[in-house]
Design a protein around this ligand. Structure first.
Ligand code: BGC
Length: 470
């Protein structure tokens, strides 16, 4: 980047952060080093099957709820879908080679349930197994450690036809799937995660209906929450049984919540949002039950809870994956059941293309909040940002993304230095991909993808990681 451009950029940042350009520059230039995090710290990137693989109907793969949902006009902003996505299914070898060249030694991916079990249960798709076998072996040959996620939102459509997460039978379906994955790949994969952000897919998919499978209503939401919590623990137990020396975790989306004003009305609104954003899925796994007292409408979950369930919800994970992007400011608001809502960030706040406020301090605070739970190990399993990327002479100078990472990493380090056992960090994401209902527009990758030609260009943020991790 030219010096003039750099100075202009500093001035813009300073205005956004409401600080002087000199201080902005100090922040940007403040160096953190890999050594600060310790030599055993795991550095990597995270991806998910539907967002990158493509090959939606090849080699015996079954239909997923996202294959179905994307086909309905109006569901996806740019009317795109994940039929081809980043074509990782065909390009995994060169992509993993590229990953290695950026010194990123840990690769988080998810299995596509309908690629392995096209009907959700029963007949196993050998070609699906073959794909993951080849992909995992490529990782190992390159010296890249694979981290497997069982479920990143692409439920087999055949199971949604039987009511998906709202049907208690999903505990059996999911157990069969978890058993299959861990038996087939447990000889080579040490690191496992059960669910990606249960808070996101239950709320967006079964309450507001703005994600697949587009169901709405409180009953759908609460039953999907309870069945998810049962699967979360059961998944952990199955992984442990099949991979006794495995490193087993699960992940949560989480955001530090602040009341807009320090009055008791605002504070209790913040408390209610905290339940939904941060507490609902982790507390039952820790044997704390559901946080009914702080959000009484959750008691409507009672009809779905059977005798002995509270015991079944418990599972002691080796690590908890936290995925943080923004903070949340809360205010009281007449939304039924919740009586709270989010306040829009100030107009001059630094925002990502997702409309999320950049607030690195929130990363520190949410890590500290989770560290109060009796958990053994925390890993940041996702963190990243979408900003407008421009190709200039074949390069992408995404300084804003580099600064995002630096500041969120500084805040991760701050928590680590205060004694929190944080053992890894995964950037979201490796390569530009299909960003769910947003389509192809917000780009989160360290590597740019041209979705027409599938040509990859490493962004400056990718090179920043390469040099940082050297
Ligand atoms: C999800 C990803 C998603 C990212 C950015 C996370 O909530 O796990 O699938 O692409 O956020 O929106």
């Amino acid at each position: 980047m030219l010096r003039v451009e750099f100075l202009k950029y500093m001035a813009a940042l300073a205005a956004m952060w409401k600080i002087s350009p000199v201080v902005a520059r100090q922040i940007v230039e403040a160096e953190i080093s890999r050594q600060d995090f310790g030599k055993d710290f795991s550095w990597g990137v995270a991806t998910s099957a539907y967002q990158v693989e493509g090959a939606w109907n090849l080699d015996g793969k079954g239909e997923s709820i996202w294959d179905r949902y994307t086909q309905k006009q109006g569901n996806i902003k740019d009317s795109s879908d994940g039929k081809v996505a980043s074509d990782f299914y065909h390009r995994y070898k060169s992509d993993l080679g590229l990953l290695k060249s950026l010194n990123l030694k840990n690769f988080r991916f998810s299995f596509s349930w309908p690629r392995l079990l096209p009907d959700g249960t029963g007949k196993v798709n050998g070609q699906g197994i073959g794909f993951y076998d080849r992909m995992i072996d490529t990782c190992l040959n390159l010296g890249i450690e694979p981290w497997a996620m069982l479920y990143h939102w692409d439920l087999p459509q055949k199971l949604e036809d039987k009511d998906g997460w709202t049907n208690r039978d999903i505990v059996g379906w999911f157990s069969e799937y978890a058993d299959l994955c861990s038996r087939k790949f447990g000889d080579r994969i040490k690191h496992w995660m059960v669910l990606n952000e249960p808070g996101s897919y239950t709320t967006l998919g079964y309450l507001s209906g703005i994600h697949a499978p587009s169901r709405i209503g409180i009953g759908n939401y609460l039953s999907s929450v309870h069945h998810t919590c049962l699967c979360q623990a059961e998944g952990g137990r199955i992984l442990r049984e099949n991979v006794p020396n495995g490193h087993i975790g699960t992940t949560f989306s989480c955001s530090y919540i602040e009341p807009e004003k320090e009055t008791s009305l605002y504070q209790s609104a913040a408390k209610r949002l905290d339940v939904v954003f941060n507490r609902l899925f982790i507390e039952p796994s820790l044997g704390m039950g559901y946080p009914f007292e702080d959000l009484p409408f959750l008691e409507k979950m009672a009809p779905y809870i059977q005798n002995g369930d509270m015991e079944k919800l418990k599972y002691e994970f080796d690590f908890i994956g936290i995925q943080n992007y923004f903070r949340v400011i809360a205010k009281p608001f007449p939304i039924p059941y919740l009586w709270a809502s989010r306040v829009k960030p100030e107009t001059d706040a630094e925002m990502t293309e997702m409309g999320w406020e950049v607030h690195p301090d929130g990363m520190y605070k949410i890590i500290k909040q989770f560290a109060k739970y009796p958990i053994k190990e925390i890993i940041v399993t996702e963190n990243g940002a979408a900003f407008p990327d421009q190709i200039v002479n074949g390069r992408i100078h995404d300084l804003q993304r580099i600064n995002f990472y630096k500041r969120y990493l500084q805040n991760t380090l701050r928590a680590k230095r205060e004694g929190v056992n944080i053992t890894g960090y995964f950037a979201w994401t490796f390569i530009d991909n299909f960003e769910w209902v947003e389509g192809f527009h917000p780009r989160f990758g360290l590597v740019h993808n041209d979705f027409k030609t599938q040509e990859r260009i490493v962004k400056d943020s990718g090179y920043w990681f390469r040099d940082f991790l050297k």
